[in-house]
Design a protein around this ligand. Structure first.
Ligand SMILES: [Zn+2]
Length: 309
């Protein structure tokens, strides 16, 4: 064998030996209903097969001493909101026999706030920063899986508020100022294009007001089932009352221009009669699953499956 041939043969062998690494198979698709975890198990992602993605950024209870406390921003948790999110996932499974996607932070908000940009959320700690990235990567993975399977995704970010009025605050990335406008002024403002319903509004056309507080809006559907909500036909405007309009998660993953085929909202839940007991979690979850099913089926070319009997 000439030296040139020997060299080629050696090269071929070395190429063969690296090829399995170079062409490693992509990670297997996650199994609906099964959780996977980030490093240290701070972030949990339960994969789904429905177009709904639930997120729970403020319901974690872990306070590992290895992580320093955050020193600025809000550090109190939204009590029982992770249990509430799991109850909603359970209600969907009971209705359909299928799974929503669920992304939850197990870290207490004093250690990590995934509903803020990374500087305020992780405050420079590398471990907290890694968990922050894992949380948002899981949301992107869940949304991409839903869009790939169904052509759209609907993101619901669940929170708890302590405001005086016991009602749901529905955050479409619309602040009180635009919501306090008249229907005509809001319809003419063009602001719907900056909200978490931007893709839906662009596809449907028609009145933006109807989408956020009309008779078939999410607020109307909740109110019809005994849960006060703002915005809704009954309570169209926050007025001067404190109001959570949607935070970093929904603004980043549903309202931003680079989130095609994703809509959604932030739901802020009061505590008494809703977040306080397991029975009330289940009651809210049943209503929420019914309301979200109606809204999605009316506005997207999708029908939720019925459970196999
Ligand atoms: Zn919150």
């Amino acid at each position: 064998m000439s030296s040139a041939r020997r060299l080629l043969a050696a090269l071929a062998v070395s190429l063969l030996s690296v090829s399995p690494l170079t062409f490693a198979a992509p990670p297997p698709e996650k199994i609906p209903g099964q959780p996977s975890y980030g490093t240290e198990r701070y972030i949990e992602y339960v994969a789904g097969d429905l177009p709904l993605v639930l997120t729970s950024p403020h319901g974690g209870r872990l306070k590992p001493t290895a992580l320093p406390d955050r020193t600025n921003g809000v550090t109190t948790m939204d009590a029982n909101t992770q249990e509430l999110a799991r109850a909603v996932a359970t209600a969907f499974f009971a209705r359909t026999g299928h799974h929503v996607h669920l992304v939850a932070s197990h870290l207490h908000r004093s250690k990590l706030d995934p509903n803020r940009e990374i500087v305020e959320g992780a405050q420079g700690n590398p471990t907290a920063e890694r968990a922050w990235h894992e949380f948002h990567a899981s949301i992107r993975e869940a949304l991409a899986a839903a869009v790939a399977r169904h052509g759209f995704a609907f993101l619901v970010d669940l929170h708890g508020h302590a405001h005086a009025i016991p009602r749901l605050e529905l955050g479409y990335a619309l602040d009180a100022l635009p919501l306090n406008q008249s229907d005509a002024a809001f319809d003419n403002s063009g602001l719907i294009a900056l909200t978490t319903l931007r893709d839906l509004a662009a596809r449907l056309g028609g009145s933006p007001t109807a989408l956020v507080r009309g008779p078939r809006s999410l607020g109307a559907l909740f109110a019809a089932r005994g849960l006060r909500a703002v915005p809704s036909p009954q309570e169209p405007q926050p007025g001067n009352n404190p109001f959570f309009s949607g935070g970093y998660i929904v603004r980043q993953h549903a309202a931003a221009p680079d989130t095609p085929k994703v809509d959604g909202l932030q739901i802020e839940c009061h505590r008494l009669g809703l977040r306080d007991t397991a029975a009330n979690h289940a009651h809210f979850a049943k209503i929420a699953a019914e309301v979200l099913t109606l809204f999605v089926e009316e506005h997207y070319p999708f029908k939720f499956p019925a459970p196999q009997k």
